[in-house]
Ligand binder design. Structure first.
Ligand SMILES: *Cc1c(COP(=O)(O)O)cnc(C)c1O
Length: 414
C-alpha cells in the first residue's frame, strides 16, 4: 500500500518509513492472530478517503449539520448491504468498534446494577461480556458461565441451570477464543425461558456467518453485535443488528447516548467490504478458512500438541502447551522470532496467570485471504513445531524465519 502514498512520503518520511516497515512485516510473516485479517485494497482506499473530513452526527435523513448528500447515500448503502448479508431487520453501522457496540447494547437495554450472564473471559468470552475490569463488569451485576471441564465446550444445560438461578436481564453468547460452533438456538431457548434479552456477539465469526459456514444468530437473538474487521474482512469498525422492536433504543444509545459524529470513512469502507462479502468468492473464502483451520489443527495434533476441545469447527485453534512444558508467552515470543505471529491465550481452567497463560490462540482468516491452502497449513504446522522445539535457540529460530520469508513470497498480500 505504501507504494501509492507519495504525499505522505514527501510530507512525513518518519511516519512513511514506519508504515513501509509494517507493510513488509505483514508480507514477510505468517499472521495467525485469530482476530486479524487483510482487507482488500478497495477497503483500504475507502478508509483513506476524504469522508474522514466530514461530520455527520445523526442518522441518514436526520443529521445535525449540512452537507450530507453523500454521507447519507453511503451510510444507507452500508446498511442495505448488511441487511442483505445477514437478513437483519435493523442495522446500526455507526459503532466505532466492537467494544463500543457492546457498550451501546448495555446502555440501551439495561439499567446500572441489572444482572447479566455472559461467558467468562478465562473460558473464551470477551471483556465486554461482564468481566470485572471492564465497564460491563463494573456497572452491572455480572455473572459468568464457564465451559465443561472435561469436554471444554459449552454445557448448555449448565448455562440453563445458572440462568434459572440468576434470572439475568440479559444473556450474552459469543466469544473471542472458542473453537467450536455456538448453538444460538439453544441460547435463545434459555433466554426465552428466563425472560432475558439475548445478545449474540459474533465479532470473531461474522465472516463465517456471512459466508454460510456457521449458523446465524440473527433469526433467534434479540440483538447481534459484531466487529467488521475480523473474519468479515472489512475496516476496523463495529455494527449492531436487532429486531425492529429494539431499533430506536439501539440507535439512541449510539447517538446521542455514547458517540458523536460517526466515522464516515470507516462506514464507506464497511459498505465496500459488505459488497465483497455478498459475492460467491467470499463464500469460498469462508469455507476455506474453516477447512484450513481443520487441516492446521490436525497437523498440529500430529506434531504432538494438545488442542483445547480436541479440534475446531471454525477459524480458531486454541493450543494447550502444558504437555510441552512451555508457557504461552515464551512460545509466542519464540514463534515471532521464527516469523509466525500468534498471541498467548488462557485456556479453560488455566493454572497460569493471564499475562503468561498456558496456551496460544491461532486463526486462519488472514492466511486464507493470502491464498494459502491446505498444503500451506501443513507447512505452517511444521514451522511452528520446529520453533516450539527450539524456543531458546535464536540461530534455529532465525533460520526458520528465513524459510518463512521465502514461503511467504508465494502468497502476495492485498
Ligand atoms: C474483538 C471482540 C470484541 C471487541 O472488538 P474491538 O473492535 O476490539 O473493540 C467484542 N466482542 C468479541 C467477542 C470480540 O472477539
Amino acid at each position: 500500500m505504501t507504494e501509492t502514498l507519495n504525499a505522505l512520503k514527501q510530507a512525513d518520511p518518519e511516519v512513511f518509513e514506519i508504515l513501509e516497515a509494517e507493510d513488509a512485516r505483514q508480507h514477510d510473516t505468517i499472521r495467525l492472530i485469530a482476530s486479524e485479517n487483510y482487507t482488500s485494497r478497495a477497503v483500504m482506499e475507502a478508509t483513506g478517503s476524504r469522508l474522514t473530513n466530514k461530520y455527520s452526527e445523526g442518522y441518514p435523513g436526520k443529521r445535525y449539520y449540512q452537507g450530507q448528500a453523500y454521507t447519507d447515500r453511503v451510510e444507507n448503502l452500508a446498511i442495505e448491504r448488511a441487511r442483505e448479508l445477514f437478513g437483519a431487520d435493523h442495522v446500526n453501522i455507526q459503532p466505532y468498534s466492537g467494544s463500543p457496540a457492546n457498550l451501546a447494547v448495555f446502555y440501551a437495554m439495561l439499567e446500572p446494577g441489572d444482572k447479566v450472564l455472559g461467558m467468562g473471559l478465562p473460558f473464551g468470552g470477551h471483556l465486554t461480556h461482564g468481566w470485572k475490569v471492564s465497564f460491563s463488569g463494573r456497572f452491572y451485576d455480572a455473572h459468568a458461565y464457564a465451559v465443561d471441564e472435561t469436554t471444554e465446550t459449552i454445557d448448555y444445560d449448565a448455562v440453563a441451570r445458572q440462568a434459572r438461578e440468576i434470572r439475568p436481564k440479559m444473556l450474552i453468547c459469543g466469544a473471542s477464543a472458542y473453537p467450536r460452533t455456538i448453538d444460538f438456538e439453544r441460547f435463545a431457548e434459555i433466554a426465552r425461558e428466563v425472560d432475558a434479552i439475548l445478545l449474540a456477539d459474533i465479532a470473531h465469526i461474522s465472516g463465517l456467518v456471512a459466508g454460510g459456514v456457521h449458523p446465524s444468530p440473527v433469526p433467534v437473538a434479540d440483538i447481534v453485535t459484531t466487529t467488521t474487521h475480523k473474519t468479515l474482512r472489512g475496516p476496523r469498525s463495529g455494527m449492531i443488528m436487532c429486531t425492529s422492536e429494539h431499533a430506536s433504543a439501539i440507535d439512541r444509545a449510539i447517538f446521542p447516548g455514547l458517540q458523536g459524529g460517526p466515522h464516515m470513512n470507516q462506514i464507506a469502507a464497511a459498505a465496500v467490504a459488505f459488497g465483497e462479502a455478498l459475492t460467491p468468492d467470499f463464500k469460498h473464502y469462508a469455507q476455506q478458512v474453516v477447512d484450513n483451520a481443520r487441516v492446521l489443527a490436525d497437523a498440529l495434533q500430529s506434531q504432538g500438541l494438545r488442542l483445547v476441545t480436541g479440534g475446531t469447527d471454525n477459524h480458531l485453534v486454541l493450543v494447550d502447551l502444558t504437555p510441552r512444558g512451555l508457557g504461552g508467552r515464551a512460545a509466542a515470543i519464540a514463534l515471532e522470532k521464527a516469523g509466525v505471529v500468534v498471541n498467548s491465550n488462557s485456556i479453560p481452567f488455566d493454572k497460569r496467570k493471564p499475562f503468561d497463560p498456558s496456551g496460544i490462540r491461532i486463526g486462519t482468516a488472514a492466511i486464507t485471504t493470502r491464498g494459502m491452502g491446505e498444503d500451506a497449513m501443513r507447512q505452517i504446522a511444521d514451522f511452528m513445531a520446529r520453533a516450539l522445539d527450539n524456543i531458546d535457540n535464536d540461530d534455529t529460530l532465525s533460520g526458520i524465519r528465513s524459510d518463512v520469508e521465502a514461503f511467504c513470497r508465494d502468497f502476495p498480500i492485498p
